[in-house]
Design a protein around this ligand. Sequence first.
Ligand code: MRU
Length: 348
Amino acid sequence: MSRLKTIEWTDNSVRIINQTKLPTELIYEQIDTVEQMYHAIKILKVRGAPAIGIAAAFGVYLAIRNFPESGTATDFMTILEKNADYLSESRPTAVNLFWAIRRMKDTARKLIEAGKTIIDIKQELLNEAICVLEEDRQTGRLIGEAGVKLLGNRRTILTHCNAGGLATAEYGTALAPIYVGAERGLRFHVYADETRPLLQGARITAFELKQAGIPVTLICDNMAATVMARGLVEAVIVGADRITANGDTANKIGTYGVALLAKAHNIPFYVAAPFSTFDMSMKTGSQIPIEERDDTEVSCGFGKQTAPSGVNIFNPAFDVTPAHLITAFITDKGVIYPPFDQNLKCMQ
Ligand code: MRU
């Protein structure tokens, strides 16, 4: 199965799919500067927690790639850290962004301590960013393997937002079991919530599943209850932007509602995520910073005014699903069941 290349290193540049143009235009864009990368993350040209992490890792490299070979290690680190802070301001909720930036900073520090030359350090940082990308590809595959096994004979899956290949390097997280299963000839059917206000479910999940030849039915967010009540969904799988030590999970706004609906209909609710999405420094979901985005996303979505001018608007981009609503986590290290606070600690 050939998959879309969400983000890749090619011709000495980062190449991304500009996801703001989907589904009508599949446009690849070249990113050559840290400022371009910041902007691409901020306006969701590249989005989804793991993909944001990969983009940030390359962003750190782009920030230092023109640093002069004759410069000092101290100046190098000052520039790297300044740009790492700048990239950290692009989006607040997905912990993968901060995880990848820290990884790049730690790598640079170790190389400096080891007395490497600037030219070597720059090359090693590029290798590290490529490694973040390659690891994510493998991680997605592992999540997919674990998920297929966990699903058993269940074939009708509901998902929210986009946690597929376009949110990661290749397989996705929530959609990874579907893709791995499809490679083995299993025929899944996915119900995709459209995901107001930015429609990642309609524009991106429906698009990538259709491209992959996987049956998908698009529903408005307010139809999930009906689909569940009619017995059309055997499991829910969503991705995650940050999971705290007790298992509380931040994901796209609306996920919490889907989890409540799944509970009411006795449908298992799974969260699929790599270990880079777990933030063990936070005890509970109440500590997670929730991004609030521009009012116009709600009142004037995609350029069409749908609300009276001047009306008050609340537009949080994520919500937190409490751990007790989650049946299990599907991770690259296997499936994790409750009690999450204990079982997550054992996995570290
Ligand atoms: O605002 P977005 O499009 O970056 O939000 C994406 C999500 O919430 C995804 O569900 C999440 O990042 C999981 S990605 C594998």
